[in-house]
Design a protein around this ligand. Structure first.
Ligand SMILES: *Cc1c(COP(=O)(O)O)cnc(C)c1O
Length: 479
């Protein structure tokens, strides 16, 4: 800056009479802020505000009223109340019940209480209280898993990707794993079977073709270096038409004959027979074990409806090997996960009450009548809030379970279809953005020039909050 400019700047700043940091910190209007947020954060916010005021002064845009301690305090309150804080609750009207980007399964009250206890008091995480001896942290969850699936043994890691990684590293490092070409999956979030296999140090031997794999394909490929036969549930796609795959029981027979273990990655899996609630059938963990699988891996936060976790059940000698590996220590779960998981697994012991207690199942079995009535109730609210630029209709919809469970099956559901009226000045992208900008953001699905709001995941308890919030939509933002 030239000397003349520097002088002019200094004169402008003097004229603006911006108080010093110290003086403002000692002023009465800032006292409550210091009490609430402490010296460090208030000082940082104050310095930032003063820089703003100086810039305005130099530009000749500063009003005298902005430099009073009261005005500075008001500006600071805004600064201190915003910024990155905690995860934000929103309304999932996407029609996907287990949405990975939205945190998958919602946990039941019982799990929340168990987590609070584990967070706020010392717990018997790795202690057998009766004997006073050290215990395994996942022993309690393992006992429940054995009871619910008929497994000999079980263990818990961070997620199902970790479970698969652990199984491959411990049982098949530097050796060969046979997988059907029809089951080489990629799950969202870069879980790709060939990559996991490479990272685990196992060699992937593909057998069969994309659409057809026969038992002979496995037996021809089986050799002295084969450590594992792996069957993977094709979670997020379906191969239809001229197809063939080998039933688990036949693969097990082949594995037994050659003393090679068979592992199944069930992905979502299920601990109960979902057809009991007239949902489409999803393979259960118990079935896979009954068919002879030596190990089964599955997720805690998909259909099971629990916290993020990877569950491994099966033969006791194999589980022992997994548990004693250093990688297991690196992939172990926290007490929060275990507290929530144990609480959720306990609910499965009383299956008749599960659909009331487990939010995931409750959402999946929500009666159509209930959703239809809800759509009829909410339609006028939306019409009022959106104004004449949009047309709102209550419509039947099809929702998905999500997270790779039953990719082809859809659940009959109800919701609202919003379209922009021709020449009415509405815009669906603007509307979707305005809904996301609400205090509790609303997420729908934009497709076919329609914004679809699927009501399956809007439980009655949340309906009033949803409707009230619509009044906050600024008509100006929509037109
Ligand atoms: C979802 C899924 C995984 C990954 O599970 P995360 O719990 O998300 O780590 C692995 N395999 C299959 C077949 C899956 O469906």
């Amino acid at each position: 800056m030239s000397p003349a400019k520097t002088l002019k700047r200094a004169a402008l700043l003097r004229a603006a009479a911006i108080p010093s940091v110290d003086r403002l910190l000692k002023s009465r209007p800032l006292a409550p802020l210091l009490e609430q947020h402490g010296h460090t954060r208030v000082t940082a916010a104050l310095r930032a505000r003063l820089t703003q005021l100086r810039t305005a002064a130099v530009a000749g845009r500063l009003e005298a009223a902005a430099v009073t301690a009261e005005a500075v305090a008001v500006a600071l309150i805004e600064r201190l109340d915003t910024g990155p804080t905690a995860l934000q609750p929103l309304f999932n009207l996407t029609g996907t019940v287990l949405h990975t980007n939205l945190g998958r399964a919602l946990l039941p009250e019982a799990a929340v209480r168990a987590v609070v206890t584990a967070l706020t008091s010392p717990v018997d995480l790795e202690l057998d209280v009766a004997s006073g001896k050290r215990g395994e942290r996942d022993a309690r969850a393992a006992r429940l898993l054995c009871e619910l699936t008929g497994a000999e043994a079980a263990t818990v890691v961070n997620n199902n990707a970790a479970a698969v990684m652990l199984v491959l590293s411990v049982l098949a490092a530097r050796r060969e794993v046979l997988v059907s070409r029809g089951e080489l999956i990629e799950i969202g979030g870069s879980f790709r079977l060939p990559d996991i296999m490479r990272r685990a140090g196992a060699r992937l031997t593909e057998v069969g073709t994309t659409n057809r794999t026969h038992l002979a394909d496995y037996s021809n490929a089986l050799g002295p270096r084969t450590a594992l036969l792996l069957k993977v549930h094709t979670s997020n796609y379906a191969i239809s038409g001229f197809t063939a795959s080998v039933p688990l029981a036949r693969l097990v027979a082949l594995g037994r004959a050659h003393e090679v273990p068979v592992a199944v990655d069930l992905g979502s899996g299920s601990l109960t027979d979902l057809t009991r609630w007239r949902l489409p059938a999803e393979p259960t963990v118990r079935e896979a074990l009954a068919a002879g699988a030596d190990l089964v891996t599955f997720s805690g936060d998909k259909l099971l409806g629990g916290p993020q976790a990877g569950l491994i059940v099966g033969r006791a000698d194999l589980i022992r090997r997994l548990r004693s590996d250093p990688l297991k220590r690196a992939l172990r779960v926290s007490k929060l996960t275990l507290a929530a998981l144990e609480a959720v697994l306990s609910l499965y012991r009383e299956p008749e009450l599960l659909a009331q207690r487990l939010p995931t199942l409750r959402l999946l079995v929500r009666p159509e009548d209930e959703m239809r009535a809800q759509a009829a109730r909410l339609r006028p609210c939306l019409e009022r809030a959106l104004g004449s630029g949009y047309a709102v209709a209550a419509v039947p919809l099809a929702s998905q379970i999500g997270s790779g469970a039953l990719p082809v099956e859809q659940l009959s559901s109800h919701g609202l279809a919003i379209r922009a009226v021709k020449g009415g000045g509405g815009s669906l992208t603007r509307l979707a953005a305005a809904l996301r900008a609400l205090p509790r953001p609303v997420l729908g699905r934009l497709a076919d020039k329609t914004l679809w709001l699927d009501l399956r995941c809007l439980e009655s308890a949340d309906e009033a909050a949803f409707a009230t919030q619509l009044e906050a939509l600024a008509p100006g933002a929509l037109a």
